[in-house]
Design a protein around this ligand. Structure first.
Ligand SMILES: [Zn+2]
Ligand SMILES: [Zn+2]
Length: 129
């Protein structure tokens, strides 16, 4: 089955809805049609080897993937979201991006050994889980 099959399947009664997206912990997109294209699921990312998720780690809402509107072909790619649509929490890859950005800033400014607040938050989260 391909993406084209999803759009061209005759499903007159199906309501437009979001499919589910699978993303690795570093933010690499695995699939934007987790349920429909189950053969594209991966437990681990082929690019970086990190485990993958398809639900928000906090509220367990499924990560929004491709927008399926039967009869309407959408050509635009589905971006990896930064935050959960359900609870607003940043996803793990968003925290990583923020953290590396903060670290870069710290290095550039040579501010010493104090952790930027985002790193403290990350350490706290890891310890709490
Ligand atoms: Zn990855
Ligand atoms: Zn959430």
């Amino acid at each position: 089955m391909t993406y084209r099959d999803i759009f061209e399947r005759p499903q007159p009664r199906e309501e437009p809805h979001y499919e589910t997206q699978q993303v690795c912990m570093n933010g690499h997109q695995i699939t934007v049609a987790y349920h429909t294209l189950s053969n594209r699921r991966q437990d681990f990312c082929v690019q970086c080897g990190s485990p993958t998720i398809y639900k928000c780690p906090k509220c367990h809402a499924e990560i929004r993937g491709i927008w399926i509107n039967p009869g309407v072909v959408t050509a635009s790619p589905t971006p990896v979201p930064d935050h959960c649509h359900s609870c607003g929490d940043p996803f793990p890859w968003t925290l990583l991006k923020d953290a590396s950005g903060a670290l870069d800033a710290v290095e550039a400014a040579k501010l010493g050994n104090e952790l930027p607040p985002i790193m403290v938050k990350l350490v706290y989260r890891k310890g709490g889980e």
